[in-house]
Design a protein around this ligand. Structure first.
Ligand code: SF4
Length: 317
């Protein structure tokens, strides 16, 4: 084999999905029922729009992450499969429909995210507030986790409005290391996203804050550790790290399939840096096992307040 062929083979090997990323094809009654419910209520999910590999497992357990403010995003991030373009008007019935989905699915914990809506004067913050209020009214036992965009140029007012509606968890993903922002997340600014997370915590320290990274985009482990330090300065409680997967050939390519032992190392380092909880594995996504992780965070915080070490299962990676 000549050098060129050898190097092509190395690239191919790097891109072929390793065994640890193979998942079963999604099937099952609960999955079909969840899909029907979302269609009936005219709701989009990030599970489908982002082609998440965990959809079989999550939807079989009736756990779906609802994507509000439509299915069309005003940004075009290199990693994201969500449709880009000019979105339609905001659906005034959406908050009620999300609350209905939470009630019908019997969810203990719901994750709500959205597309970026740079076209709206408030970036869509008002719709997040309405959704939180609607869920509190219709499904009062459901805890609420929101995963928001960065609300470019209107973050302060948007974040204050949402925090004052008191979600249980506020998540905003940094996605990747700052060096890769110009190519992977060109419409966003790393330090603005960090500031958003810090603003949430300053305004209401009782709300858990959460942020996530995708790895395999060409970042170095030391850069990941620097992001962890930045998150800790912003007092982020919960860190998630998962493998980036290229949704289509038009998207950023996978530079490396990070082996499970590296995720374990990241989890150990994150815990040592003081996060209440770290979830790091090839298939970890922001909303993967979000309900169980919320319970673990509560336990970890209670243990920290009481000066005791959290139970080992409250620190699962
Ligand atoms: S991990 Fe999150 S986005 Fe993926 S299927 Fe599960 S709930 Fe949906």
């Amino acid at each position: 084999m000549n050098a060129e062929a050898a190097s092509a083979r190395v690239v191919l090997e790097r891109r072929r999905k390793p065994d640890w990323l193979r998942v079963r094809a999604p099937t099952g009654d609960a999955l079909a029922e969840t899909r029907r419910l979302m269609r009936r209520l005219n709701l989009a999910t990030v599970c489908e729009e982002a082609a998440c590999p965990n959809i079989g497992e999550c939807w079989q357990q009736r756990h779906a992450t609802v994507m509000i403010l439509g299915d069309t995003c005003t940004r075009a991030c290199a990693f994201c499969n969500v449709k880009t373009g000019m979105p339609g008007p905001v659906d005034p019935l959406e908050p009620v429909h999300v609350a209905e989905a939470a009630a019908e699915l019997g969810l203990a914990h719901i994750v709500i995210t959205s597309v970026d809506r740079d076209d709206l004067p408030d970036g869509g913050a008002g719709q997040f507030v309405k959704v939180i209020h609607a869920i509190r009214a219709r499904a009062p036992g459901t805890t609420i986790e929101i995963l928001t965009p960065d609300f470019r140029n209107k973050a302060a007012a948007a974040v204050e409005a949402i925090v004052d509606a008191r979600p249980d968890v506020y998540n905003h993903n940094l996605e990747t290391v700052p060096r890769l922002y110009p190519t992977i997340r060109p419409g966003a600014r790393y330090y603005q996203s960090l500031r958003l997370l810090e603003t949430v915590k300053r305004r209401d320290p009782s709300i858990f804050t959460k942020s996530g990274l995708m790895v395999g985009l060409g970042e170095e482990p030391l850069e990941v550790q620097q992001v962890m330090d930045d998150m800790r300065v912003a007092d982020v409680d919960f860190l998630t790290i998962g493998q980036y997967l290229q949704p289509t050939p038009r998207h950023a390519e996978v530079k490396a399939f990070v082996p499970p032992r590296q995720f374990e190392a990241y989890a150990a380092i994150g815990r040592a840096k003081g996060f209440l909880l770290v979830a790091a594995s090839p298939l970890t996504r922001s909303s993967y096992h979000a309900g169980a992780d919320f319970a673990a965070m509560q336990a970890a915080r209670a243990a920290a307040v009481n000066g005791a070490m959290p139970a080992p299962d409250a620190l699962r990676a």
